[in-house]
Design a protein. Structure first.
Length: 307
């Protein structure tokens, strides 16, 4: 890169970090509720939680009443910190890896192009994930770190103690008990999620695009946006069980080994809790996504038709 390009990148990184931080702060309460709903069965086993949540509203209410309003943002700092290395790594890796799989759909055929696109995305995404996974791990452990409350604890001034004081404390304690491996528990589930997500998304989009975006809708940006959101939501639903397995494996680091791996975690959850347990918290993520999509859709609609 030239000095001018470096300057432009740094400026873009800084200015891009501002909306990213605002977005992370806005999404954080929903993110924490989703994580708590996902991991509540593990937290009950660890006696960090006395009873299950009745749903999203109950989870919000109990967090605020038991820990205070600001605790809805616990773990957000790790999400904000994650933005900068991800952007830098994407810049460094994206074009380098993509150029190794420079296949064209028309020239090389659909399946060769599809496999190359999938491989480049998985390799670059996997490398980025590996390098920032400890921040994902730290955020999850902080967000699911409930104040240890006894069943007969009615003292509002002392709701109990947390397991971790902050992100650095997470690293110190997990490294002391489990070593570096402890910070990567659930990594393979995340990697499998990347593969499945990209395969399902691009497969569905390439299949549905010529069927849906035809005729009057062929050049419609709004129609393309809606189709993309529907496919994204469907893809997130398909991959959500892997996200649940990853998250639940994360919260077992530093504890007695409960899951031997991804397959063992999947089997234990299915046998002991049922299939629906893999989808706990799904609707929180979907509602958050839907609300964001509606706002964007309204903005685009007014921009296109309100002139």
């Amino acid at each position: 890169m030239s000095d001018e390009q470096n300057s432009q990148f740094i400026t873009g990184l800084i200015w891009g970090g501002i909306p990213a931080a605002i977005s992370a702060i806005g999404d954080a309460p929903f993110g924490r509720v989703k994580l708590l709903l996902q991991t509540q069965d593990e937290l009950i086993k660890q006696k960090r939680l006395t009873k299950r949540y009745d749903g999203m509203v109950d989870c919000f209410s109990r967090i605020i009443s038991e820990e205070g309003f600001l605790s809805l943002w616990r773990g957000t700092s790790a999400t904000i910190l994650r933005y900068f290395p991800v952007e830098i790594l994407n810049l460094v890796l994206r074009d380098t890896i993509k150029n190794q799989f420079d296949f064209k759909k028309e020239r090389d055929g659909y399946w060769t192009w599809f496999a190359g696109n999938l491989a480049s995305g998985v390799i670059s995404g996997g490398l980025v994930l590996f390098l920032v996974y400890s921040l994902d791990f730290g955020r999850t452990r902080l967000a699911t770190d409930m104040k240890l409350r006894k069943k007969d604890d009615n003292d509002d001034d002392d709701a109990g103690e947390r397991e971790f004081k902050g992100l650095i404390d997470v690293y110190k304690k997990i490294l002391a008990t489990d070593g570096i491996v402890g910070l990567y528990r659930g990594f393979l589930a995340s990697l499998a999620g990347i593969v499945l997500y990209r395969a399902f998304y691009f497969g569905a989009f390439d299949t549905l695009k010529p069927l849906v975006l035809a005729g009057d809708l062929k050049d419609s940006f709004l129609a393309s946006f809606v189709l993309s959101w529907i496919i994204t939501t469907a893809t997130s639903t398909v991959t959500y069980p892997l996200d649940t397995i990853r998250t639940r494996m994360m919260v077992t680091s530093g504890k007695e080994m409960e899951y031997k791996g991804v397959i063992d975690a999947f089997n234990q959850i299915i046998v002991n809790e049922g299939l629906t347990s893999l989808f706990k918290g799904w609707y929180v993520k979907t509602l958050k996504s839907l609300s964001g999509a509606v706002l964007i859709f309204i903005y685009l609609a007014f921009g296109q038709y309100g002139k």
